[in-house]
Design a protein around this ligand. Structure first.
Ligand SMILES: C[S@@+](CC[C@H](N)C(=O)[O-])C[C@H]1O[C@@H](n2cnc3c(N)ncnc32)[C@H](O)[C@@H]1O
Length: 503
């Protein structure tokens, strides 16, 4: 692909730190094609011969800021569509907007402020405008402002144009398409009424202050599928700022996989049959994490732990373990300890990793994540009873933690507790309707129980989801499974349809 020098580990780390600081975006793979292709393209345009030179230009040259924006167009992914996560739009229209409208009417305040943060091509912000027009017939008498912001200049241009493809509007009820769009050959052009309600601006959630009027006194914030690319610290800071920007009782909509677990305690979770959202509650008093007394290199510890399926047929021999470290003191920053423990675990230095985790005191914010990692380590060593005991604690404390639920489900399946595994995989699907691997595992469970028709239903559910994805898309909860490969396996399990069975 690239005729350039490969990206060295050292250069990758420089860019990694730079992106986190400038945009919140965390890249964890030095051979990420999106990144390498973007570097190649921009370095060619700017005439830089090495990654290091380009890095210095970005970071120190007076025009580095401008260049960063060019680069962001290439490295940010903007997957979005109208009424994405339809369950949340049902909640918006049936509960959230009626609640806001009722309260506003009671206070003789006819204004509504909504922010779609990380709006991409505008589908989300415009979907909100459609929802408002549907539930508020006299919307013209109200002062309604919807703001969409993003760091990708190109997607903002698409949003402002308001012209969409059949794929973008695929999830919209047909009568809404008819009402709010005009056909122009194969395109769908948004109506002026909708466009007039929404404004789009460049804004970097990780760095830029919330200066605009519409970013304060908000009724609702949508920030869906944005912080999955952020590191924990950036997400925490952002959620704290969102909290301040919302009115009392304001709502926060996050993506399927983005919970506030271990991130912000001041929001209340509101659960619905197929989704959940957050509501601003009283500010929680959280003990402050002690300031770190050690300086370890800042390494990746991301929101998702390296969840394994606990089914390693070919185990690499465990590396000679490091000597367990001296007991660590609770005034070391918990996330630094977690980072270090993760590194040791990845190097298969299990004892060192466990000893490091011991340093995270039970009262710490990070304690549940430490318990999670402990469970992963035990499972890797095939100590399934210990792994189960650990992860059960995590799931008990936080029933919305989908990673933990998934991991517990796979462990149950591994030790043959299929009924428990089934319940937990169902919970994963309940929390995240679109997780094909959960359906796949359910299919396998039913197959092993000779419930053929139930199994086929689950494999078909997985196929339905996977067929909408690109073959190279990664599969959540797996280490390196691609969507294409999982699709093949599901189809393979479907044909020929097993004859026998209940289900
Ligand atoms: C996957 S899209 C999500 C779009 C929409 N919210 C949805 O769920 O359909 C993520 C968007 O977040 C934007 N983004 C990433 N980092 C950002 C940042 N620091 N500030 C603002 N937007 C950011 C990306 O450019 C991208 O358009």
């Amino acid at each position: 692909m690239s005729h350039l020098e490969p990206l060295s580990a050292e250069d990758f780390r420089l860019f990694q730190e730079f992106f986190v600081a400038e945009t919140g975006l965390y890249f964890d793979n030095a051979s990420d094609h999106l990144l390498l292709d973007a570097f190649q393209e921009r370095m060619k345009v700017k005439g830089h011969a090495s990654h290091k030179e380009y890095y210095h230009y970005l970071k120190y040259h007076p025009e580095g800021r401008i260049e960063l924006r060019e680069l962001l167009v290439l490295i940010t992914t903007g997957e979005t569509y109208f009424f994405r996560n339809i369950a949340q739009f049902e909640v918006l229209m049936n509960d959230v907007l009626p609640d806001i409208i009722r309260r506003k009417r009671a206070a003789s305040d006819k204004s509504i402020r909504i922010w779609s943060a990380g709006s991409s091509r505008g589908d989300e912000a415009y979907s909100v405008a459609i929802a408002i027009m549907e539930v508020l017939p006299d919307f013209r008498d109200w002062d309604i402002r919807i703001l969409g912001t993003d760091i990708n200049r190109d997607v903002l241009a698409v949003a402002r144009a308001g012209v969409y493809t059949p794929k973008d509007i695929g999830e919209l009820p047909p009568d809404y398409v008819e009402k709010y769009f005009v056909r122009d050959r194969s395109d769908y052009v948004l109506s002026q009424d909708i466009k007039a309600m929404v404004r789009f601006d460049y804004h970097n959630l990780a760095r830029d202050p919330f200066t605009q009027d519409v970013m304060k006194g908000l009724d609702i914030i949508f920030c869906r599928n944005v912080t999955i690319y952020f590191n924990l610290e950036t997400t925490r800071e952002l959620m704290a700022r969102f909290y301040d920007s919302l009115l009392e009782g304001g709502y926060l909509f996050l993506g399927h996989s983005e919970t506030l677990w271990q991130i912000n305690h001041s929001f209340q979770t509101i659960e619905y049959p197929h989704t959940f959202i957050y509501k601003k509650g009283p500010r929680a008093v959280v003990p402050k994490a002690p300031v770190s007394s050690i300086t370890l290199p800042v390494m990746a510890f991301e929101g998702d732990l390296p969840v394994r399926t606990a089914s390693h047929d070919h185990k690499a021999p465990a590396a000679r373990d490091e000597k367990p470290r001296p007991p660590v003191t609770s005034d070391m920053k918990a996330d630094v300890l977690l980072t270090e423990a993760t590194r040791l675990y990845q190097e298969k230095k299990y004892d060192g990793a466990l000893a490091t985790l011991d340093g995270i005191a039970a009262h710490h914010d990070e304690h549940a994540r430490a318990e999670f990692l402990r469970a992963v380590i035990f499972a890797d060593q095939e100590k399934y009873d210990e792994a189960l005991a650990q992860i059960q604690k995590v799931v008990k404390k936080d029933s919305l933690n989908v990673e933990a639920a998934f991991f517990l489900a796979t462990l149950y399946a591994k030790v043959g507790k299929l009924a428990d595994a089934e319940t937990l995989f169902r919970r994963v699907i309940y929390l995240e309707a679109d997780e094909p691997l959960a359906y796949f595992h359910l299919g396998n469970i039913y197959t092993s129980q000779k419930k053929a028709s139930k199994a086929s239903l689950e494999f078909m559910n997985a196929v339905r989801i996977l067929e909408k994805r690109k073959p190279e898309d990664p599969v959540r909860f797996s280490e390196d499974l691609s969507s294409g490969l999982l699709l093949q396996s599901c189809k393979h399990n479907l044909t020929p349809l097993p004859k026998a069975g209940g289900g």
